[in-house]
Design a protein around this ligand. Structure first.
Ligand code: ADP
Ligand code: MG
Length: 220
């Protein structure tokens, strides 16, 4: 359960997120749309512990989020806008990094399981042939799918997808939306920031952000 309670995020004088409150229970997908600069990314960063809140509080399943490392350890997965991939590593290496940071495989069996999880996630985004490619060799859309694969491979309790379909054709967009829906179905709480009305329509709830304020188009 994501609980965002009266959260304000500011950068100096600029207020990016203004007194925003909502909840996303496990099993649900919330879409947040709104113009560029509205504060969508800042809100997701706050939920991920990647920016401090000026006031208010984010709780994930009862844990107050204070910083990125503890949020990540608690299963808060961020699929960042712009992908956040290491360009000079392969797709497969990019998937393995957060998994290895999380829990070192204790033995060969654990290592094999980790490899299987990586291959499965790559094939779920249609990139089973691309694991050995450097990220910088991949197209923008392929990189976006690697970022999604990296996100879902982590089996988080919260998935924050920041414009994760912006560079995809409709087939791959549907594929990514199906994967995010499957994450919710296995019990994750999912938030998608998006410009795409089709993505917003597919979610269980739809909120609009404008100048840092959140209003509901369709409540969860
Ligand atoms: P969106 O994702 O909806 O486009 P952002 O959260 O990226 O919105 O940005 C909200 C506001 O905060 C914008 O005015 C943006 O310029 C500003 N902003 C975002 N990140 C930073 C930052 N790291 N430092 C200063 N201002 C920022
Ligand atoms: Mg953004």
């Amino acid at each position: 359960m994501i609980e965002v309670d009266q959260v304000t995020v500011s950068y100096g004088e600029l207020i990016a997120v203004s007194d925003v409150s909502f909840r996303v229970p496990p099993g649900f997908v919330l879409a947040i749309s709104g113009p560029s600069g509205a504060g969508k990314s800042s809100l997701l960063w706050a939920i991920a512990g990647a920016v401090p809140v000026k006031s208010g509080q984010v709780e994930i399943d009862g844990l107050v989020i204070t910083d990125r490392p503890s949020a990540a350890a608690h299963g808060v997965v961020l699929i960042p806008q712009g992908n956040g991939l290491a360009r000079v590593l392969t797709a497969r290496e990019n998937l393995s990094m957060p998994l290895l940071a999380d829990r070192r495989p204790a033995d060969d069996e654990a290592l094999e399981e980790l490899d299987r999880a990586i291959e499965q996630a790559l094939s779920q985004v249609g990139l089973e042939e691309s694991g050995d490619h450097l990220v910088e060799e991949l197209s923008g859309g392929e990189q976006q799918r690697v970022a999604v694969a990296r996100g879902i491979a982590q089996q988080g309790r919260v998935i924050l997808a920041d414009e994760s379909t912006s560079e995809l054709d409709s087939t791959n967009r549907e594929r990514v939306l199906d994967l995010l829906r499957a994450e919710a179905d296995r019990g994750a709480a999912v938030v998608i920031a998006t410009h795409d009305p089709n993505v917003a329509d597919s979610a269980d709830g739809h909120a609009l952000m404008d100048e840092g304020r959140l209003t509901w188009v369709r409540r969860l």
